[in-house]
Design a protein around this ligand. Structure first.
Ligand code: FES
Length: 159
């Protein structure tokens, strides 16, 4: 069992189905994602079938089942950002990275996620890379940012 999941489950002793979402959130917060092992431990602890745990977790797009990439890209899909073209922005990122939101590239370099609103609607559309905020981002600018991440990795590999 991972070091972080034990104390989380211990805090939810005799918990049932009502505790499922808080437990999933805490485990994801601690581990960055929900691994197969975590889902199975949660399922046993809460006495719920694994299929039920997956059913609930996959219903909410806040949960991820792969570790984040070295560069975690978050795209805002709130209303203000949608009006300013976040759908196109996301489409371009999906095409470039060849992954859907919630997934991580095979080389673990990038992961992609959508969020409801980043609270900066006046600066829409917005995206973040590893928590660094980018305002009024166009698809072209977004692709340049991905390229600069790739360049950084190439430079680091050479040094
Ligand atoms: S809708 Fe994107 S920051 Fe609010």
């Amino acid at each position: 069992m991972s070091e972080s999941i034990g104390p989380i489950l211990a805090r939810h002793q005799a918990a049932g189905r009502d505790a499922l979402i808080p437990v999933l959130q805490e485990v994801q917060e601690a581990e960055g994602y929900l691994s197969k092992e975590s889902v199975s431990l949660i399922s046993r602890h809460l006495r719920l079938p694994t299929s039920k745990v997956y059913g609930v977790a996959t219903f909410y797009n806040q949960f991820r089942f792969q570790p984040k990439g070295k560069y975690h890209v978050t795209v805002c899909r709130g209303t203000a950002c949608h009006v300013k073209g976040s759908a196109k922005l996301l489409e371009v990122l999906v095409r470039n990275l060849k992954i859907e939101p919630g997934k991580t590239t095979r080389d673990r370099m990038f992961s992609l996620e959508t969020v409801a609103c980043m609270g900066a609607c006046a600066l829409s559309p917005v995206m973040c890379i590893n928590g660094e905020f980018h305002a009024k981002i166009s698809p072209t600018k977004a692709l340049k940012l991905l390229d600069s991440c790739r360049q950084k990795e190439i430079a680091a590999a050479k040094s």
